[in-house]
Design a protein around this ligand. Structure first.
Ligand SMILES: *Cc1c(COP(=O)(O)O)cnc(C)c1O
Length: 488
């Protein structure tokens, strides 16, 4: 190394210039966010812009200012739309300005949340404890923040798999199991549960889909019959997965009934609460969620109805030692010490698949403190009231049809004008939805219930105002009229 050469670093050569750029970025971001309502919900990214993302790697510096300009030109104008007040597609959250600052600060502090003795771990510990409080699990439960519901479910189901028999699955693999395991969930279960069972080596066949009633809730009697039949076949029933808020219609399984069956049959009781577990923050919804507190494990999402910017979910496992036993693996280079940097009680890498982990806890901690969790409960209630109002407007309008009961914040409906045959309705509504998206007015998504294509509005949106729903319905009726007049 030549001592006369300056050492290279990634820090700015000109700190004041970087600070000015950062201030500009904050101003641009807040201008953009505070005026979101004035822009279309969504618009396609122009081909010329897409073309900007197929360049060879930049070997030479372009500089922060030029890179930032490219962000302004090519990224900021074409958002997915989920920050918008009339975005109700799939199931998402909006994010919040202050939580976004949390993401910035987390990246500045930039700890690795695998373990060690530093205060950021206590921030995550605090947030996980608050999540236990939300769903009613005991304070000594295990838990960690993860990327979202999918990984939260995967983490919990890993523990359920390992605890299902006395086989040491970590050592023997699933070959060591004496018979195939069976996991039960309603036919409305989220696809990530099947993915988790596939990743766990159990195969998608391990997922037994139980029929639902007219309200899309699991039928407890059918569940019991399936468990008995599987036992008779020599399978090992392992786990029942209740859904608190299904992705299609927002249905909440009878969690108390499922908890009872699990106690009697000695099965692991897991709840996929990605959508609805946080509704426990709304006092009026607690009855609906009764039984959640009896779960052996719960998956919840913080980037959906709690509006933490992506990504943030949480896996909770009642039996902390079972949780740790599923993931802890401590080679010498990760040994804990009694004092110093490698000490401390919190090693989240021993509770999930990741070693290096980001400081996603900071944005959650800041956001919960900023607003208080009662406010999130009120916002959840507000969305549920908006969903009921939307359902009422749909019922009142003869050209619209409500397709499923509304219990939480998901409304499924379709355009059904007089004189159009049932067989033509699916294609009509499909085209209608695409045109609605292209109009930029509103963005619901779709699902299919009993073979019937429906528009589906999932109102997990803290920016939605009552007039927004009316605006969407008017657009649906206008587009539908144009399509059926043959002039569309
Ligand atoms: C969204 C969702 C998931 C998956 O969560 P991600 O955060 O997208 O990984 C699981 N279950 C249900 C019911 C969901 O709505």
């Amino acid at each position: 190394m030549d001592p006369t050469e300056p050492t290279e670093t990634l820090d700015p050569a000109d700190w004041p210039a970087m600070r000015a750029l950062a201030h500009r970025a904050v101003d641009d971001a807040f201008d953009w966010l505070s005026t979101v309502r004035e822009r279309p919900v969504w618009q396609p990214t122009p081909e010329a812009v897409v073309g900007q993302f197929h360049r060879p790697m930049p070997r030479a510096p372009e500089g922060a200012a030029a890179a930032y300009q490219d962000f302004l030109d090519w990224v900021l104008p074409y958002p997915m739309g989920n920050v918008h007040p009339r975005f109700w597609a799939w199931y998402m959250g909006n994010g919040t300005p202050f939580a976004a600052i949390g993401d910035f600060l987390a990246a500045i502090v930039n700890p690795n949340m695998g373990g060690g003795n530093h205060v950021a771990n206590h921030v995550e510990g605090q947030v996980v404890d608050w999540c236990k409080e939300i769903v009613g699990l005991p304070a000594d439960a295990g838990g960690l923040l993860v990327s979202g519901g999918s990984v939260a479910n995967l983490v919990a189901l890993t523990v359920a798999r390992n605890r299902a028999t006395d086989c040491d699955v970590r050592a023997a693999g699933v070959r060591g199991l004496k018979a195939p395991l069976a996991f039960y969930a309603s036919s409305e279960v989220h696809s990530c549960i099947q993915k988790a069972l596939e990743l766990l080596g159990l195969g998608s066949g391990a997922l037994r889909k139980v029929p639902v009633d007219a309200d899309y809730r699991i039928e407890p009697d059918a569940l019991e019959r399936m468990i008995r039949a599987d036992r008779a076949l020599g399978l090992i029933p392992a786990c029942v997965i209740g859904t608190a808020g299904t992705i299609n219609t927002g249905a909440v399984d009878d969690l108390e009934a499922l908890a009872r069956i699990c106690r009697r049959e000695r099965l692991w009781f897991h709840v996929d609460g990605a959508i609805g577990a946080v509704a426990a923050l709304a006092p009026a919804q607690r009855q609906l969620l009764a039984g959640l507190e009896a779960a052996d494990s719960v998956a919840l999402d913080l980037h959906k109805w709690l509006h933490v910017p992506f990504e943030a979910g949480c896996a909770l496992v009642r039996d902390r030692s079972a949780h740790r036993a599923a993931f802890a693996l401590t080679p010498e280079y990760l040994e804990h010490t009694a004092r110093g940097l490698a000490s401390g009680p919190l090693w989240f890498s021993e509770f999930g698949p990741q070693l290096s982990r980001g400081f996603r806890a900071l944005k959650v901690w800041l956001s919960f403190k900023e607003h208080g969790l009662d406010k999130f409960g009120r916002l959840i209630e507000q969305n549920i009231a908006q969903a009921r109002e939307l359902a009422r407007l749909v019922r009142e309008e003869p050209r619209l049809e409500l397709m499923a009961p509304v219990v939480l914040n998901i409304v499924c409906f379709r355009f059904r004008p007089e004189g159009v045959a049932e067989a033509a309705l699916n294609a009509l509504n499909e085209e209608l939805l695409i045109r609605l998206h292209e109009s930029g007015i509103a963005a619901p998504s779709y699902t299919t219930l009993h073979g019937r294509y429906c528009l589906r509005a999932a109102i997990a949106n803290h920016r939605t105002e009552p007039g927004d729903l009316r605006l969407m319905l008017d657009a649906v009726l206008d587009i539908g009229a144009a399509l059926t007049a043959g002039s569309g």
